[in-house]
Design a protein around this ligand. Structure first.
Ligand code: ADP
Ligand code: MG
Length: 147
């Protein structure tokens, strides 16, 4: 297990690279607010809990990686909430507690294999977050503060 870390802010527009079209929307946060905490963590895929103001608490899987559009000191996070909202929630306050690490960043031979791997990551996150070790973080005041 990793030392849990907490980040949050208003959901902002990402690069619109079509993640929603792939069925994997990622709620982007203004990363400049927590570049320190990001630089402390290795690139890869993590899981945790998301608190979304006025809605509730949800499981999430999140990739952390280098943003090719910026210089190499800029990391971005891409949190996918494992819930079907059926609508956008730009501007809402999103609080995250990241509790576990799944795998390092990797290259995939095709988009299909990348998507398949992300769905496998989501299954791993779904299961792991049911364990008391990880489920207990749903009580975090930080997550619930904005509810
Ligand atoms: P963007 O490039 O603006 O981040 P995406 O295609 O990644 O666009 O879609 C992300 C947006 O979709 C989020 O900001 C949020 O408003 C909405 N959304 C709907 N369902 C989800 C979900 N389950 N997880 C994350 N974002 C979601
Ligand atoms: Mg996104």
């Amino acid at each position: 297990p990793i030392e849990p870390w907490f980040i949050g802010g208003p959901v902002i527009k990402g690069f619109g690279r079509g993640s929603k079209v792939l069925g994997i929307p990622t709620a982007n946060l203004p990363a400049e607010n927590f570049s320190d905490v990001l630089s402390e963590h290795t690139s890869g895929v993590y899981f945790g809990w998301a608190g979304l103001s006025t809605r509730g608490i949800y499981k999430l899987v999140m990739s952390i990686g280098w943003n090719p559009y910026f210089d190499n000191t800029e990391k971005t996070i891409e949190p996918w909430l494992l819930h079907d909202f059926g609508e956008d929630f730009y501007g809402e306050e999103l609080r995250l507690v990241i509790v576990g690490y799944i795998r390092p960043e990797a290259n995939f031979p095709s988009l299909e294999s990348l998507i398949e791997r992300i769905h496998e990551d989501a299954r791993i996150a779904e299961k792991a977050l049911n364990l008391p070790l990880y489920a207990k973080y749903t009580d975090s005041p930080y997550l619930r503060n904005s509810l």
